[in-house]
Design a protein around this ligand. Structure first.
Ligand code: PLP
Length: 361
């Protein structure tokens, strides 16, 4: 009836009038991710599913920021995020400031300066050196200055880390990675704990048109049925590889938050349930050494994505981080002989044998 139509057109989330506005499958999956992000607490999670992780970041920032506002962030973000900030937001008179987010005093000094409304945007663990940032401490500092905190939780997933329970205001995901887990669906998610914020985000998403679709949502839902099992097994595999690599004479620094020598191991211990399935390490002493190794391993696909059931390898200096300012690369320890691995759920003995064989060659 027209009366029902009037209700549906009242511009509320959950109006299944048109897929860009909403769809039952999309909403069920968004709610599942939101429930996981607040699991174990009394908070209510509100979720949105977007067409990609980048769309989620765009919708989140676009909803909060106005000309004159500021994004305070780290230099070692996901490459696409840095480009989004510099190419899309900076020309809209949004100030992009790179700071050492691991130095709370410096963060506070920045927040004291200027009158710009600020968002602190962070990733932990970060790519590719698995730097961990203290979400609770950063959120407390940010809130003392009336600032919002957005955390990209793609690497950890809510199974290993729940930033909203540590004080963050918004969580972002590229569901393309672990949440889906099988590399055949692109998607993103935003989770918040306030209905009002959710409405604002939903409206931006609806108007920009960066919504998900029923089929991708359905695929993400299938993948998420094994999320906890995958995170457990893949974290175990990564930890075993990190331990092996850290004692090998041809390997230099190993970046894995579970290792006691990792600089932010205490932070990871405090805020993560396990240390995830991403790791990186230096091999030999040149880019040639790293490339040689990467070309020799057989079970690790040479591929820039991550978070799938299959193991993957890249050489950040020539691949994922090749466009990064060389000074920043150096500062964040992204050396020319660094290799990054996304560890899958293959048999650990097979992975170890493959790596050992490649190292011997
Ligand atoms: C892949 C990724 C993104 C971007 O997600 P897409 O789904 O590729 O748009 C953002 N942040 C992190 C940490 C990622 O790994």
């Amino acid at each position: 009836s027209i009366e029902e139509g009037v209700e549906i057109f009242k511009n509320q989330p959950g109006s299944h009038v048109y897929t860009r506005y909403g769809n039952p499958t999309i909403e069920a999956v968004a709610q599942k991710i939101a429930d996981l992000e607040v699991f174990g607490s009394t908070k209510t999670g509100y979720g949105l599913l977007t067409s990609s992780g980048m769309a989620a970041i765009h919708v989140a920032c676009q909803s909060y920021l106005r000309p004159g506002d500021r994004i305070l962030t780290q230099g070692n973000l996901y490459g696409g995020t840095t480009e989004l900030f510099q190419k899309i937001f900076a020309p809209q008179q949004i100030q992009i400031e790179i700071a050492d987010l691991d130095d709370l005093q410096k963060v506070e000094e920045r927040l004291k300066t200027g009158t710009a409304q600020t968002i602190i945007y962070l990733e932990t663990p970060s790519n590719p050196t698995l730097q961990c940032l203290d979400v609770q401490a950063l959120s407390e500092t940010a809130h003392a200055y009336g600032c919002k905190v957005i955390v990209d939780n793609t690497f950890a997933t809510p199974v290993l880390q729940q930033p909203l329970l540590l004080g963050a205001d918004l969580v972002i995901h590229s569901t393309t990675k672990y949440l889906h887990g099988h590399g055949v669906s692109t998607g993103g998610a935003i989770v918040c704990t306030e209905a009002e914020t959710h409405f604002k985000l939903w409206e931006t998403m609806k108007l920009v048109g960066s919504n998900s679709n029923a089929f991708d949502a359905w695929l993400i839902n299938l993948g998420m049925k094994t999320l906890a099992l995958r995170m457990e097994r893949q974290s175990q595999n990564a930890f075993a590889l990190a331990r092996f690599l850290s004692t090998h004479p041809k390997i230099g620094k190993v970046h894995y938050p579970g290792l006691p020598q990792h600089p932010e191991h205490p932070i990871a211990l405090k805020q993560m349930k396990a240390f995830g399935a991403m790791l990186s390490f230096e091999i030999g002493n040149s880019a040639e050494d790293a490339i040689h190794f990467a070309n020799r391993v057989q079970l690790f696909a040479m591929a820039p994505s991550l978070g799938e059931t299959d193991s993957m390898i890249i050489h950040p200096a020539t691949m994922s981080h090749s466009k990064m300012d060389p000074h920043l690369r150096k500062k964040y320890h992204i050396t020319d002989h660094l290799i990054r691995m996304s560890v899958g759920l293959e048999n650990i003995e097979d992975l170890l044998l493959d790596i050992r064989t490649a190292l011997e060659s």
